[in-house]
Design a binder for this molecule. Sequence first.
Ligand SMILES: [Fe+2]
Ligand SMILES: [Fe+2]
Length: 416
Amino acid sequence: MAATSATFRWDEKEREGSISLSEVISALSFAVELTDGTVSGHALRSCLLGMRIAEEAGISAEERSSLYYALLLKDIGNEEMVGLRCDRGGNIVSKLGMGDHAAEAVRNLEEHWDGSGYPNHIRGAAIPRLARIAAIAQHLDMFSIGRNPEIAIETLGEWSGSWFDPDLVKVALSLDREDKLWTNCRATDSHEQTRQAVLDLDPRRSQPLDEEQIDRVCEAFAEVVDAKSNFTFRHSMGVAELARGIAQNLGLAPDRVRLVWRAALLHDLGKLSISNKILDKRTKLTVAEWKVIRRHPGLTRKILEQIGPFREIAIVAGEHHEKLDGSGYPNHLTACDLSIESRIIAVADVYGALSEDRPYREGLSYGEILPILNSLSGPKLDRECIQALLVYLRDYRPQDIDPEVDADGQLSRYCA
Ligand SMILES: [Fe+2]
Ligand SMILES: [Fe+2]
C-alpha cells in the first residue's frame, strides 16, 4: 500500500535534494494538461521545439532563458477562457521573477505576423520576438497530431508571413530538414524522456531555489488554482493561512509549519484538471460528476510526487479530504494513517470551504459554521486542530467572529 502521511519516512539522501525552478514548474504546469490521469506533455514539447529554434536563430542566452519559462508556463490559466489565459500566464511568469521578456512573450503569444491575431492586433516585428518563437513552437506541437510532424511542418510553411514570422519559419524548416527539430518530441519518446530533456536545458539548473523562492512558487500556483473558478477565489491562500495559524498554535516546529503552508497552498492543485462545467455547476452534481471531483486529491498527489523533495508535501496534500473515521476520500484512510499536518489541512479546508460562497449556496457565517465543526469534531476531524483553529480566529480574526455566538459560550467551550 502507498505511504500515508503517518507512515511516511524520508530516505535521508533524498531529503537533501535541491530543487530547480524548472523541476517545480515542469511538474506543476502539467496539472493543466492532465486529463483522465494522463499527461499530454504539450508544454514540455513546446519548450524543446522553441528552444531549438531560438538557439538556431541566434537568440542570446539571457533571452533564451526567458523563453524557456515562458514556454513552460504559457498555458497556465483557465483553458476555457483563452482570452484571459494570456494574461494569467504572463502574471505568473513575472511574479516568479523570470523577467519581463518571459511575461511579454506569454501575453503576445496569440498575435499574428499580419496583425490578425489578438489581443492587440499588433503585427510584424512589433510582436516581441520571443512571442513569435513561442507561437511557432506551440503550433508545431499542436499540429503534429498523433506526434506526426509532417502536417505541422506543412502548415507552418503555408502560414509563413500570415500567422508566423517568415524568417523564423525558415529556421524551423531548416532544423526539420537536418533532423534536429523533433528529438524527444516524437510519439516513441516517453513523457519522462521529454521531461528530462527539458530539465537538461534549464538555464538556471545550477541555481537551486532557496526556501523563500520555493514558497513563492507554491503561492503562485495557489493563485492559479484559485483563479480557475470565481467560487474558489482565494480558497487555497485562505486555507493556507488558517492551516499555518493552527500549526503555530499547536506548537509545530518551524519546518513542519512550512510543510503545512506549502501543502495547504497546493492541496487543490488536482482541480486544475477538472472542467469548470462541473466546478461551477449550480445544481446537484450527478454521480459521474462526483466521481470526477473525487479524483482531485489523488491528482494533487500525483503531480507533486514528481518533485523529489516534495514527496511528503504530496502525501499530506493528497489527504485533505480524508476523515478520521474512514468516511473521506479518495482512500478511506483512518486516524492511524493521518499525520497532524494532514489533519490540520483537513480542518482548515472545511472551515475555508464553508465560509466561502459556492455555486449552490452563499458562504456561511461563523455562527453557522461552529455547530457544523462541532458535529465533525472527534469522529471526522481532529478535535485539537479545531480547538487551535478557534483560538487562531479569536486572536487574529476577531472581525470574523460573531460576538453573540461567542457569548453563547460555544467558543469558550473550545478555548477553555
Ligand atoms: Fe479539495
Ligand atoms: Fe480545498
